[in-house]
Design a protein around this ligand. Structure first.
Ligand SMILES: [Zn+2]
Ligand SMILES: [Zn+2]
Length: 241
């Protein structure tokens, strides 16, 4: 950067607003102090398996107990509430793609502390029609940023959504499983054999999507499958999707 540019940068800082609330900030950070304090970090009691918030110390939440789980563990940076929820809706539906980086910044420490130690990362795929309509897959955007931050190899096209499914909103866990069964496939170019794979997605609700993806990856030979999401719905559904 030349001297003139640097002086201009001081007079007209490029980054002026908080990524979440839009308020002016001059710290050069992505998020203002108020949002930083109020963001619903997923830091309390969590289910040991799905990583979603529980309101009492427990090993496994009600959703995970007695369920056939193909993934080995999952963690999320936020609870699906407040500005985390708003931000993810804006990233997904309102073309605010820059938020992928913002969320990735918060997912980095969660991944590093998780002990998942993945060989490679993939993202939850969306159907062709949805990709065409939206123009991008929000999970891919997040995954790309996370992988850059933690230095992980990213295979964006490892998974395919081979069946268009109805929206999961309002469905029970059982209905979700039925709805998603057989809708994910592993791309034949992707070598899952004996690998520890990290699946990156935007929101974890009941964990059905991650579980169905893990089922496909394990069938393709994956050794372990873990998930990292920007946010998750509480295990007791208090912040229902
Ligand atoms: Zn803010
Ligand atoms: Zn659980």
């Amino acid at each position: 950067m030349n001297f003139l540019k640097r002086v201009q940068g001081l007079i007209y800082p490029e980054k002026l607003t908080c990524d979440f609330c839009g308020r002016e900030i001059f710290s050069g950070k992505l998020v203002c102090e108020d949002c930083e304090r109020d963001l619903p970090k997923n830091a309390g009691y969590i289910c040991f398996k799905c990583g979603r918030r529980t309101h009492m110390p427990t090993e496994l939440c009600e959703t995970c107990v007695g369920k056939e789980l193909f993934y080995d563990g999952a963690r999320s940076a936020f609870c699906y509430d407040g500005y985390a929820r708003k931000g993810l809706v804006n990233l997904k539906f309102n073309n605010m793609r820059y938020l992928a980086r913002t969320f990735a910044e918060y997912m980095r420490p969660v991944y590093l502390l998780s002990g998942f130690n993945a060989d490679v990362a993939v993202c939850a795929p969306i159907g062709r029609q949805r990709l065409f309509d939206r123009g991008y897959n929000q999970s891919e955007l997040i995954a790309r940023e996370v992988c850059e931050l933690v230095g992980l190899e990213f295979c964006p096209h490892a998974l395919l959504k081979i069946k268009e499914t109805q929206s999961q909103v309002g469905l029970t866990d059982e209905e979700r499983t039925k709805n998603l069964r057989g809708s994910f496939a592993v791309n034949e170019d992707f070598d899952a054999e004996d690998k520890t794979i990290l699946v990156i997605d935007d929101v974890m609700t009941t964990g059905t999507t991650i579980n169905e993806i893990a089922r496909a990856l394990k069938r393709a030979g994956a050794k372990e499958v873990y998930a990292l999401t920007a946010a998750s719905v509480d295990a007791d559904g208090r912040n229902k999707y």
